[in-house]
Design a protein around this ligand. Structure first.
Ligand code: GAL
Length: 995
């Protein structure tokens, strides 16, 4: 038998806990549990779920209550109840304590391995009967799939042991203790333990039995553990299968005609497994005692030529970091939610997941096998809080902790080793460097030489097979791509990934298209993983979604926990749509009636896709058809002729749009799902023009010009025809985004601080002059913050042809400007004049994509139509997914409900927009936003529920925006997306629209 277990972990640890509660602060992993093994559900051995309502008693300290509750006959009738799996702080409406969010600070004194005396301790009790058909022969184990952070277990009064390692499975042998009726399973769970020092991940601290508890029958002769080795030879096309089992048996794979003994290799022609084509072969491991279903994927992962290769090819990771999150249940996820994550990822062209920062629920890996995602499976280890003391006393560099680290490594590898989707093991996250990590890496390399080892925290890559970084800026990534990254020689020979980049906090991330270009350009760069998948907002009765600080934590990191590509309810944010476009597996570019299609998959040809073209005149599709594209192999391109464009009116703007769609239903999306698209102009449109003919006229207290009336003294616009307009004037302020509020890693600059210090959020407008020219009204102002010398001279030149009104804004910076501007444009207010429609929003929350809150009563200024980029928001460095076309939305739908309100919802490249009875055409194209609150109100809000709609719709017509970047964690806005304070001129033509 070739099956091996770690010498350090080979057998159940003997002996009970040292004394009453010492185990809580003991650095060892625990005692009494069985050795780790592959996680599976047997086809025939019985299993009894112990999930559901458990009796629950919360104590303030570990020893407030004695252990008598574990005895048979204990009367827990007066106890509360909690649902298992679940976190007790998310149940009981506060009666059981509250969640705590910190990024890397330990929420207790750093005094390892000690934890506070105040240590919430939850006693859980469950009485169960065995089902009538439970076999009388054989043994049984009780399996805990996840308990945070430390648990002690008794069955029928017998102490089974205790364990730490929250997101890892632990099993105890219980067959000898079971009786047909009235079994008492008692579990004492401590929120804090020595294990907490190893679990300092950036997330909520959530104690409880948060994954399933199961009683598993173990028939005599059932497998203890087994290891499926299924490699693929990309030259011969053969797969080699060998299943090692510590109980002999046979391995059956009917589709391959395989019937072989365990431990024996067998070779067959197979279709390989990849994230793109996740071919799984159903098989069985049959031992004397049970039948175990196998899902076998043949694939070989190697480090070769300095690259991570799977089945002979270098792969490009288009990944995300996934924490387990549900807004009501925390890290307790059901299968449907896990599947939703996988389907959303697949539908958004994501091909890889890093299970940050702990092994996920095992069923998630089954789904990755089935649907096809490359996985970096990460160990449940982070000691980030030690960075506060220069990593002194870091457990990963202290031999006393090494058994705990090895236990965690083994529990991950043994549990998950049979998943073809897992291609790299990660030692953990942000744990500094140290001997403990080396010990883990050595053990993993020895136990599973068929996969690679990842860890980001050691840039010298002593223990790893890949050079991994987080949030390296574009310039550095390019240097690394060029292999000019310095560092040790070892590291320079390794492939590079960004295990975290593109911090998706709030509006953003910006600049990911620029990263993707680098990944495509340099072979050594094998892609990256966006931080992160989901906002960890906690559903809250008053706040909508709560984040750090909302539960009164004494230490917290605010909304840094809301940095996902999907909102807490899993609605895609604009960041996910942008990422989908940026990582699309087919590129579609064109010019002059020709389209170039390039296959950017690593393995698949294009035969699964159908292509369609369409031709737009002024954003409206006038003709469409199918395009025949050869089944290009990965890396191949084809130039294809498009049909003759249809005739159209002179002056209109025309363009081609070509889409790649699924040609047939797949497991993860239906036929016609759009995988990739490209757009390219055919004929440029003419700019809006207006030949001035009307003259401004001073009347009593006002000035009129064509359809417009202005204030006679200030020259402020009041009405255009029947539409009341609240003074359009220069605007440079935006409600700062989380990225504006961040501090750029390299420069140490925080733009929102610079902007606020300068006073850009409190600009004053001094009227310099109002002049009536023969065919223009000219208003001059100086726009500047109190206490500062710098300012912007702004000239508003109004002209009219009698029916339409044109505004030309010229801006000239004065003084020494040392910071870019947040935005540059005009803002105006549109009121629902005479509409009579109530516009109060009861909840104050936009009905935009993810708020889940009732949408407001429609007011007169409601429907918005535009020709330009859409359907979603776009900023200078987040505009890959913005498609030029005709779009419409209500004002409320234009809002993106970032959990902490901030600038959002701007549509880019707008040619014209119709809103509130006005049509506004821009020259050049502009950025448009409309909301029912002012920028100042948006800026001041901390939660969506703070936003209360007013009667006025505030419209921003921006010449430009400053980029978004990802300074909320990492690099800021690339220089090309800076909005410098420079002379600028832009204009808008306003006209009334009827109906
Ligand atoms: C990384 C860390 C993540 C998360 C992220 C910021 O340093 O690994 O867990 O904290 O930064 O959101």
């Amino acid at each position: 038998m070739s099956f091996r277990t770690s010498p350090a972990l080979g057998s159940a640890r003997a002996g009970g806990p040292p004394s009453a509660v010492d185990y809580v602060e003991d650095v060892s992993p625990g005692s009494g549990a069985l050795p780790p093994r592959a996680w599976y559900a047997s086809s025939d051995a019985k299993a009894l779920s112990l999930d559901g309502a458990w009796r629950f008693r919360l104590s303030a300290t570990v020893d407030a209550e004695d252990e008598s509750f574990a005895e048979e006959g204990y009367d827990a009738a007066g106890w509360a109840e909690v649902t298992v799996p679940g976190h007790w702080v998310l149940q009981g409406e506060g009666a059981f304590g509250l969640p705590i969010y910190t990024n890397h600070l330990y929420p207790f004194p750093v005094d390892p391995p000690h934890v506070p005396t105040e240590n919430p301790t939850g006693d859980h009790l469950r009485v169960f009967d065995l089902p009538d058909d439970w076999p009388s022969e054989g043994g049984a184990v009780v399996r805990f799939d996840g308990v945070e952070s430390c648990a002690r277990v008794w069955l029928n009064g017998t102490d089974l042991g205790e364990f730490k390692g929250s997101r890892l499975a632990h099993e105890f042998a219980v067959g000898h203790l079971l009786k047909p009726k009235g079994n008492v399973l008692a579990v004492r769970v401590h929120q804090w333990s020595a294990g907490s020092y190893l679990e300092d991940q950036d997330q909520w601290w959530l104690p409880g039995i948060f994954r399933e508890v199961t009683l598993l029958h173990r028939p005599a002769g059932s497998a203890l553990d087994f290891f499926v080795h299924a490699s693929y030879d990309h030259v011969s096309g053969e797969g080699t299968l060998r299943v090692d089992s510590d109980v002999d048996g046979r391995v059956l794979v009917p589709a391959l005609d395989i019937d072989v003994a365990t431990g024996e290799p067998v070779t067959a022609l197979v279709a390989p497994w990849s994230a793109e084509s996740p071919r799984l072969y159903d098989g069985e491991l049959v031992t004397e005692g049970e039948r175990i279903p196998l899902r076998i994927g043949f694939r070989t992962v190697v480090l070769e030529d300095g690259l991570i290769k799977v089945n002979g090819k270098a792969v490009l990771f288009k990944g995300v970091n996934r924490h387990e999150w549900h807004p009501e249940k925390g890290r307790t996820l059901d299968l449907a939610t896990m599947r939703e994550d996988v389907l959303l990822m697949k539908r958004h062209n994501i091909n890889a997941v890093r299970t940050s920062h702990y092994p996920p629920h095992p069923a998630f890996l089954d789904l990755c096998d089935e649907y096809g995602l490359w996985v970096i499976d990460e160990c449940d280890l982070e000691t980030h809080g030690f960075t506060e003391q220069d990593w002194r006393d870091n457990p990963v560099d202290d031999d006393r902790w090494t058994p705990a680290l090895l236990d965690r490594a083994a529990r991950m590898v043994e549990r998950d080793k049979n998943h073809p989707s897992v291609v790299l093991w990660s030692l953990g996250n942000e744990a500094g460097t140290g001997r403990g990590l080396t010990a883990m890496a050595e053990w993993i390399h020895g136990r599973d030489p068929e996969r690679l080892v990842h860890y980001e925290g050691d840039w010298n890559c002593r223990d790893t097979d890949v050079y991994s970084r987080m949030y390296a800026d574009h310039a550095e990534v390019e240097q690394i791509g060029k292999e000019l990254d310095g560092g040790t020689l070892g590291r320079r020979k390794l492939p590079f990934i960004q295990c975290e980049y593109g911090h998706a906090m709030g509006n953003g991330p910006g600049g990911i298209a620029d990263y993707q270009e680098l990944f495509a350009k340099y072979e050594r760069l094998q892609g990256g993983f966006i931080w992160e998948w989901i906002d960890h907002g906690v559903k809250h009765p008053e706040l909508g979604y709560a984040y750090g600080g909302d539960f009164g934590e004494e230490l917290h990191d605010g909304n840094f926990v809301c940095d996902g590509l999907v909102f807490p309810d899993r609605t895609p944010s604009p960041g996910l749509l942008e990422y989908k476009k940026v990582v699309e597996p087919v590129s579609i570019e064109g010019s002059d009636g020709t389209v170039r299609v390039t296959n950017k998959y690593d393995f698949a040809d294009l035969s699964a896709l159908a292509f369609e073209w369409s031709y737009q005149v002024d954003g409206e599709t006038v003709e469409a058809g199918t395009l025949s594209v050869p089944a290009l192999a990965p890396g191949e391109s084809a130039d294809l002729k498009l049909p003759e464009p249809p005739a159209h009116l002179d002056g209109s703007e025309t363009r081609w749009t070509v889409r790649a769609l699924l040609a047939a239903d797949t497991a993860w999306a239906p036929k016609d799902h759009v995988v990739a698209w490209g757009q390219f102009p055919a004929v440029a449109g003419v700019r809006p023009s207006l030949v001035p003919s009307a003259s401004p006229v001073r009347e009593e207290g006002r000035i009129t010009l064509g359809p417009a009336a202005f204030d006679g003294r200030t020259g402020a616009l009041r009405t255009i025809g029947g539409v009341a307009v609240e003074n359009p004037r220069l605007d440079v302020w935006r409600a700062t985004t989380d990225n504006d509020d961040g501090t750029e890693w390299k420069s140490g600059l925080c733009y929102s601080t610079l902007w606020r210090t300068l006073g850009l959020h409190r600009m004053r407008h001094r009227l310099v002059g109002v002049e009536l020219e023969s065919q223009a009204l000219v208003v001059r102002t100086r726009v500047a913050p109190a206490a500062r010398e710098v300012g912007l001279a702004a000239e508003y030149r109004w002209t009219s042809d009698g029916s339409r009104l044109k505004l030309t804004v010229s801006v000239t910076p004065e003084g020494q400007w040392t910071v870019p501007l947040p935005r540059l444009g005009v803002r105006l207010g549109l009121s629902a004049v005479g509409s009579g429609a109530g516009s109060a929003v009861d909840s104050g929350v936009a009905s935009g994509v993810a708020s889940g809150v009732v949408s407001p009563v429609a007011s007169a200024v409601d429907e918005v139509k535009w020709f330009g980029g859409g359907p979603g928001e776009a900023y200078p460095d987040t505009r890959a997914a913005s498609e030029v076309g005709r779009w419409s939305a209500t004002v409320d739908q234009l809002q993106t409900p970032y959990l902490r309100p901030q600038e959002n919802g701007a549509r880019a490249d707008v040619r014209w927009v119709e809103v509130g009875g006005l049509r506004i055409e821009g020259d050049p194209e502009f950025s448009f936003a409309a909301r029912r609150w002012t920028t100042e109100q948006l800026d001041a809000a901390t939660h969506l529920t703070d936003l209360v709609a007013g009667e006025t719709v505030w419209v921003n017509l921006d010449h430009r925006h400053h980029g978004i970047g990802t300074a909320s964690c990492g690099p800021g806005v690339l220089p090309q997306y800076h909005l410098l304070a420079e002379p600028a001129e832009f204009s808008f033509v306003f006209s009334e629209v009827s109906g």
